[in-house]
Structures are given as structure tokens and as C-alpha cells.
Ligand binder design. Sequence first.
Ligand code: DOR
Ligand code: ZN
Length: 378
Amino acid sequence: MLKLPGLIDPHVHLREPGAIHKEDWDTGTCAALAGGVTMVLAMPNTQPPIFDEETLDIALGAAHQQARCDYAQYLGAGPDNADIVPALAHKAAGLKMYLDSTFGELRLDDMTLWKPHFEKYPMEYPIVVHAESRSMAAAILFSAMYDRPVHIAHISLKEEVLLIKAAKERGIKVTCEVCPHHLFLTSPLHKGEGPGVRAESPSPTPPLFSEKMGEDVRRTGGGRSEVRPRLATQKDVDALWENLNVIDCFATDHAPHTIEEKDSANPPPGFPGLETLLPLLLTAVAGRRLNLDDIIQKSVINPRRIFNLSEQPETWIEVDENAKFEIKAQNQFTRCGWTPFEGWKVKGKVRKVVLRGKTAFEDGKILVEKGYGQNVRA
Ligand code: DOR
Ligand code: ZN
């Protein structure tokens, strides 16, 4: 049995308040524990979005009642809350700025709206940006101009990882994360829309996996492959793997939408990911694409440093490195009822999770009550 520190996922969507038919603080944090994740940082694009004291307290109230693992909640940057969010920074995971369109209403189109947030949000708390392709270049320019750390969410393209590499080499305070779906899946569709074109790549991602790879996403195409940033090409996926040393964190962007919503005429973008993160990474370790130290660095040490998080005492996970199993949505705790990795054969199963001295998960069962999770910014 392999013993690792509890993982930190700096990017999850738990849907409460507002869309608890997809997920809530209970089901989402059960999924986290089952995946070996003992701390989650929750995104603000809920309904209502989390953008002031009142909405922050709504989210934190729900989390206080229901969370089973430790957590913090992000604030969302809006067009007119730059003056009020700095005073809430100590209570929040960080400030999330949506610079490209995605699920939910939070979005800052105009660069004049970015400026007051960069000027006023306290330096010691992180700013995280959803910024793809050329918006990412603009976000990095802001980081340089204001000489402040900026963390770039879910990078997916070769041009992006190379840009971040160049920015880091010049001393710009930029960090970034990558999601398993951008490391293990390619676009199933001919799309080629807009800048940062994602052309077709027919081949399944790394030869590490068999023909089963991505079958669910490929078979269903359409709604089940919708995610922002979009799945990219094999060339992009290869560039991410080749430049893993540039990438600071693994993050799931766990974004549950129900299977009915995903298969509907108007599918929302997003994949669940908390329960598949570690098995996928450990399978990559078995395939020698990664080593265990990469997992510890990018899922524990770096997130702690970047997001200014304390160590969780008496917290660890036990993993059976050699246990092979097939990923099945029916075995997951997430409420959304599907996974883009359905049917994948992976190696590495979470057996036990100990959180602050208490066994929180063991052999498929959650053993801590709702409300056991603590707000790490409290
Ligand atoms: O695919 C995505 N889904 N990307 C995002 O940025 C948001 C997320 C969601 O909230 O569903
Ligand atoms: Zn997200």
C-alpha cells in the first residue's frame, strides 16, 4: 500500500447554491474523498454567483453544513465588485476572473474591467484566471504590469504551455494547472472554430491506454465532449506532456452536469473529474509518463504554496498501486451520473483516506459525517 499526502484540488465546481441536481457540497466532497482529495477550492460560478459578502456567506453556510472534506470558496470578479472583494479576500480561496466565456454569467469582456481587480485584490491571495489562447497572453501582460502572481486555470494548448514557459523564464509571476481530460483526451470532432483552433485529431491520446480510451466521449461526441477549454489535438496533448515541468498543478475542473443535460440539444460544457484524477495519474506513473514525486509536487506541495494553504495535520491517503479496475459512473459519488472515462481500465485504487486523524473513506465507503470538512480560510 502506497501512502501519499491528501491531495489538494484547486479547481472544482460544486454547484451549490443553485444547481444541486448536478452536485452539492455533500456529494461533491464525497467524490473528493473517494478520489483521495482532502481539500477542494470551489469556483464561484454558481447561481447566484459568489461575488459579495452575502453570496459568499450563502456558499460558506452550505459548505459548513455539508462538506466532508476541507475546502475554501472562491470569489468571482464582476464588472462592479472590485472595491468590495478585497475586504473579503481573507475569507476566500482567491479571486476567479473569467476572461473568456464559459458556463454561468461571470465574465469580464472588457480589459478596462480587469484593471481595478489587479490593482486592488491583496497580493497575498491568489488571482486565478480562465484565459485561453490570446486572452492568456493578455492576462500574463497584466501579471507583468502589476508584478503580481497570477494562476492560469486549465491550460490545454501547445501555444499556451510554451507561452507560460517563456513568461516564467522572464521572471513573470505566472503559475498554471492542467486537467486530466486535457492530458488524456483529444477532440473527437472536426471543429476548428476561432482563434486557438482545435482541429480534428482522430487518434486516441497517449498510447498508454488501449482502444477503450475515450470511447465514451468519442462514441457520444456532441454534448459529452463539450468542455471549456475544449479538448484539443494530439499535438497539443503531446506538448503538455513534454512540458510537464512548466505546469505547477494538477486540477480536475470537476464540472458536473447531469447525463440528461449533457445529452440534450443544448449541452453545458464540463466533465466530472474528482474520482478519476488519481487513478489516471497513477496509470500514467505505471506507464512511466510521470512519477510519484510529480503527483506530490503538483497535487500537494505547489497548490499549498500558490494558494497559501496550511498543511492538513494527520492527513494521508493509502493507495493500492497495483489494483486494476474499470472506471464506471455507477460506482461514483458525484451526482451527475456519468464520466468521460467510462470503461477505461486503470491501475491504482484509493483504499483509505485519513483526514485530520479520522478515517474519512475506506474501501468504497464514506466514514465521516456531513459538516466534518473545515473551511481552511476560517
Ligand atoms: O467546461 C467547463 N465547465 N469549463 C468552465 O470553465 C466552467 C465549467 C462549469 O462550471 O460547468
Ligand atoms: Zn472551472
